[in-house]
Design a protein around this ligand. Structure first.
Ligand code: ATP
Length: 683
């Protein structure tokens, strides 16, 4: 494949190269695999008299005069007036003063952009400008729309893609021709070209099918490799159930639900059974997976072994570390948890590594810093990863390699039906916690529009006065010119004015780890009453005293993600509430959000969402990246996933080590894939 740097393309210098890196594109190969997020169909120009607000439209006409440039504090605004046979309209651009030099009075051109209503008039905002010839070339075609970043426009990405496609080497298709014929799959080079520039929907679907097939195929082959390696292996760690752990479980303030106990028994049976455990523990948000993990880790510790718990975020690692310390202190358990995270100082890390190496540490908690070479374990018998769809197979395997075949337990809150779970987690046995603790009151939900905010704030005020806490989620970190959605920074400032005297703080992924940790600690301790946050709190955060989850621009999130966010409340004994603020008046949005209104059950939500989207809907809002597939969606592409799973089984049964001649390329591609998934970990 083409590992040449993206800067080898014409017109991409160091500066643009850096912007590409920001979106995860370093090499030409990365670029070609940076697939469009959506496609635009370029329509015929509309007469100005017929334009409508809130949609993207095209108009063709003549500029009445050379545009004006005005400066308002930080923004430079260019305005122009366009005329066609049916009327005139205003065009407006922000921070693009150089347009002044190219757009002249009397010039004829085609403009395409979003129509907005401002002071009662219809205006076209940030239009793209084309000559009539240039527009003629793309009219009616499907043009790719890529995920962008500030400073890197769609046009630049399109240009780079075109160059990369024409300059690339045609690679040999690694899928055997028979297999392609059998499943009616496009040839690889064709698929790559047409996923970016399809001439119609049919061609796009054909290209997409091939690439989704590839994603599933390589993933399932990797899973299969893992399974073969691990299955029926004798464990070097003989574990006997400890009385100390039993006493600890009995002294907890609650007893385990029947479902938790059943799953715990399955985990114990694995750990004591003589073979290496490979188990997935699946349970809806708040079903109580953490205590299962703690009990299993304690069993390992009480047998003289170490156990590790790897979670996707630092906030979560710290939370687990602190709650474990508290628990152990309270119940006089003399086992030592140690935290390892990327943001610790070199000295802190060194101390932690020492404690791990000399076995002062019994339980090691951390982010993927846990799999770095510097961490040397002593008798690591159990590895638990809290997947929450963030870790790929590669990561799991690497942590596994740290010990001498440790027991492996994977926790996941992703509600996938059993038939799919068996495929995706083909290397693991599956346990399901299918019941919530009994003391929970179902969360009360509502879907409202922005006019409801005042009422919501009054409600938050009341809850805070009663000693409770609230989350407010916004999609953006800070204001953006490109996307109209609430942002954490401005929202917090405004909320502080609306609710004076209340302790309100914000949290987002761009903050330094130290700041994040301190805010999160202050929220967990109750010092901060309202946390305005991006979705960084989505995964596993546990503050049972929080009772209100208000989500701004709820329409921008996938239902599964909203369900995860909502799962941050209703985790204790208090009645909790979820307020979904719908910021869009588009058809169907409220209907989709209403699914959450109807149910608090993750499985139900996932299946209703699927019904609404339908299996053909490939551009709808994706379920927040369940797996690390770029194009494939395990729900909407479930049938293809099943087909691929059968095919993988078939290939391995005929050629277990991929040694047959027709599988040579396949074998090479699989090694490359495994290597790459290690690389992605940035070790
Ligand atoms: N059997 C139980 N009875 C009462 N409370 C419980 C029980 N089991 C766990 N809890 C409490 O429920 C809360 C949620 O549990 P936990 O954090 O383990 O959820 P989870 O399954 O990890 O959810 P998520 O996927 O959202 O992280 C915790 O405060 C925990 O102490």
């Amino acid at each position: 494949m083409n590992q040449k740097s993206i800067e080898s393309l014409k017109g991409i210098g160091e500066k643009t190269g850096k912007l590409f890196q920001k979106i995860g594109v370093d090499t030409i190969e990365d670029l070609l695999e940076y697939y469009p997020r959506a496609y635009d169909t370029y329509e015929d120009p509309s007469p100005i008299a017929e334009i409508k607000p809130d949609s993207v439209m095209t108009v063709a006409g003549m500029l009445e005069r050379t545009p004006d440039v005005k400066r308002y504090s930080r923004v430079q605004v260019v305005t122009a007036v366009l005329r066609d046979g049916s009327g005139t309209m205003q065009l407006i651009w922000y921070n693009m003063p150089y347009l002044h030099a190219t757009l002249k009075a009397g010039m004829r051109a085609v403009f395409r952009g979003k129509i907005i209503k401002k002071s009662g008039r219809l205006i076209m905002e940030q239009p793209e400008v084309y000559t009539a010839e240039a527009y003629g070339e793309i009219i009616h075609s499907m043009q790719p729309v890529y995920g962008q970043t500030k400073g890197l426009s769609n046009k630049t990405i399109v240009r780079a893609q075109k160059q990369a496609l024409s300059a690339r080497l045609i690679i040999r298709d690694y899928l055997p021709a028979d297999l392609r014929r059998k499943h009616e799959l496009a040839e690889y080079n064709f698929a790559i070209e047409h996923i970016h520039f399809p001439s119609d929907r049919k061609e796009l679907l054909f290209a997409r099918k091939r690439l989704v097939f590839d994603e599933f195929f390589l993933f399932l082959m990797a899973v299969r490799r893992l399974k073969d390696k691990r299955e029926n292996k004798t464990s070097p760690f003989a574990i006997q159930l400890s009385d100390e752990v039993k006493t600890f479980q009995e002294s907890l303030p609650y007893s385990l639900t029947a479902a938790q106990q059943k799953v715990l028994d399955e985990v114990y049976a694995d750990m004591t059974g003589g073979l290496v455990m490979n188990r997935l523990v699946q349970g809806d948000v708040g079903s109580g997976k953490t205590i299962i993990a703690i009990l299993a880790l304690l069993q390992a510790a009480c047998n003289g072994y170490q156990g590790a718990l790897m979670v996707p975020t630092e906030v979560l690692a710290r939370q687990h570390y602190e709650s474990m310390n508290e628990l152990f202190l309270k119940y006089q358990i003399n086992k030592v948890p140690v935290l390892v995270t990327g943001s610790m100082t070199a000295k802190e890390k060194r101390i932690a590594y020492e404690k791990i190496a000399n076995h002062e540490a019994d339980i090691i908690i951390g982010t993927h810093a846990l799999i770095q070479d510097k961490v040397i374990y002593d008798k690591l018998a159990l590895v638990i990863t809290d997947e929450q769809h963030r870790f790929g197979v590669g990561q799991r395997e690497l942590l596994g390699k740290k010990g001498e075949e440790p027991h492996v337990m994977v926790m996941s809150a992703t509600p996938i039906p059993r038939t799919l779970a068996i495929i995706i987690y083909g290397d693991l046995d599956i346990s399901v916690i299918d019941e919530l603790p009994a003391n929970r009151l179902p969360i009360k939900n509502c879907v409202v529009d922005t006019g409801y905010r005042k009422k919501a704030y009054d409600f938050i005020k009341k809850e805070v006065a009663a000693g409770r806490q609230a989350y407010v989620i916004c999609p953006m970190v800070e204001a953006s010119e490109m996307i109209e959605a609430e942002n954490v920074v401005d929202y917090t400032a405004a909320l502080k004015e609306t609710l004076p005297g209340m302790s309100i703080e914000y949290l987002h992924g761009k903050m330094k780890a130290k700041e994040k940790n301190s805010i999160m600690e202050r929220f967990a301790s109750g010092e901060v009453s309202v946390l305005v946050s991006t979705t960084v709190v989505e995964v596993g955060v546990n503050v049972p005293n929080a009772t209100v989850m208000m989500i701004e621009n709820a329409e921008r999130f996938g239902l599964a993600q909203l369900h995860q966010l909502r799962g941050r409340v209703g985790r204790g004994k208090y009645q909790s509430y979820c307020i979904l603020v719908n910021g869009s008046d588009q058809d169907g949005t409220k209907e989709r959000l209403d699914i959450l209104n109807k149910s608090n059950d993750g499985f139900f939500i996932a299946s209703e969402d699927l019904k609404l989207r339908g299996p053909g809907d490939i551009f709808g809002i994706r379920q927040s990246g369940e797996m690390e597939f770029k194009l494939g969606d395990i729900f909407t592409d479930a049938n293809l996933l099943k087909t691929v799973s059968e095919e993988v089984k078939h290939i391995f049964s005929e050629d277990p080590d991929l040694e047959k001649e027709e599988n040579t390329e396949l074998s090479r591609k699989l090694s490359e894939y495994l290597e790459k998934s290690y690389d992605r970990l940035n070790l």
